[in-house]
Write a protein that binds this ligand. Structure first.
Ligand code: HMG
Ligand code: MG
Length: 298
């Protein structure tokens, strides 16, 4: 097992999609450009979903056109359907992500479709992406609990993750959308999914509602996962997931990984400064404990 961990920075998408106040397009662009200078390899830039559902990201095309894309960095975007895929391609996106859920109730609330129907919707996207030589990532939401249904069977997560992988997603990100998971459950889930999807093709995506995200990530690293989603300054949440607070803060994950002797290629100081810049923009203190500690005078 390699000790390099790839961080997937989801702040500009998962972070900003849940902000009540509107963030100017220029500020979104500046956020992504600042993140591009920290050593991150993957920055999820925005999503081409319905602007009626997520008005916060209605300016996706302008944001994508405005960012300075650096070589060696991927800038994936979320797409829920073929219309989103077409918009993303027109904007120049070279990687996309589709998103399904392990809970039927959440699927209907989040994307207005059953799990089966959503996977049928993704089929033509994956076919077009293959022809366009575009990589597609797949998310599975509500893997450790659902705001509507409560418990989610492990078998349901394995089923959806396996279907997305077989459909052609190169990587499957397992999302604890409402942050209810704890380490033993997270580890057992990862172990079960890894029976059907190679561990090298799995990523973990923890929200930190109950303060368990770092512990969960540590457990999943021990199981062999080497791709971790996180949002700078701990921004984020899903508007269709009641009680979902921020993502785990990228700065906190990088601090953990470096402390474990793992490599990320990320400059922690620069990342933390970006997190504080974003928090100030949103008129609050950074949600990253590491970001706050690093700001204190020595
Ligand atoms: P729908 O209303 O069923 O869509 O929404 P529809 O196909 O019936 O179309 C209705 C209207 O929306 C039409 O416009 C379409 O053109 C338009 P009208 O004719 O009425 O003027 N439309 C679009 N416009 C722009 N871009 C599009 C698009 N699609 C349709 N792509 C739909 C279905 C999937 C579109 C909607 O439910 C949606 O956009 N949902 C997105 C919800 C979302 O973004 N949630 C947050 C992301 S998921 C997440 O955060 C979890 C994650 O972080 C992992 C984790 O934490 O677990 C990934
Ligand atoms: Mg999320």
């Amino acid at each position: 097992m390699t000790d390099f961990v790839r961080l997937v920075e989801v702040g500009p998408r998962d972070g900003l999609q849940n902000e009540k106040q509107s963030v100017a397009t220029a500020d979104k662009i500046e956020l992504i450009d600042r993140l591009s200078a920290t050593g991150l390899r993957t920055i999820e830039a925005t999503s081409f979903v319905s602007p009626r559902w997520i008005p916060q990201l209605a300016d996706a095309a302008e944001v994508y056109a405005g960012i300075r894309r650096r070589p060696g960095i991927g800038y994936p975007v979320l797409v829920p359907n073929e219309q989103g895929y077409a918009r993303a391609r027109a904007a120049g996106a070279d990687e996309v992500a589709v998103f399904a859920a392990a809970s039927e109730a959440f699927s209907r609330t989040n994307i207005n479709a059953s799990i089966d129907a959503s996977i049928e919707r993704f089929r033509p996207i994956l076919a077009r992406a293959r022809a366009d030589r575009i990589n597609v990532r797949g998310y599975v939401s509500t893997v450790l609990g659902c705001p509507y249904q409560g418990a989610v069977p492990v078998a349901a997560v394995v089923d959806v993750a396996t279907r997305l992988y077989r459909l052609g997603c190169y990587e499957i990100s397992l999302g604890d959308t409402i942050g209810v998971g704890t380490p033993r459950a997270a580890r057992a889930l990862l172990r079960a999914v890894a029976q059907s999807v190679p561990i090298e093709a799995l990523a973990v995506h923890f929200h930190d509602t109950y303060g368990q995200a770092l512990a969960n990530i540590d457990a999943c690293l021990e199981e062999g996962v080497r791709v971790v989603d996180a949002a700078v300054s701990g921004a984020g949440g899903c508007p269709y997931a009641k009680g979902a607070s921020g993502n785990v803060a990228s700065e906190d994950v990088v601090y953990l990984l470096h402390g474990l002797g793992m490599q990320t290629g990320v400059d922690l100081g620069a990342l933390a400064a970006t997190g504080r810049w974003l928090a100030a923009l949103l008129g609050r203190e950074t949600g990253s404990k590491v970001g706050r500690a690093l700001a204190e005078p020595a």
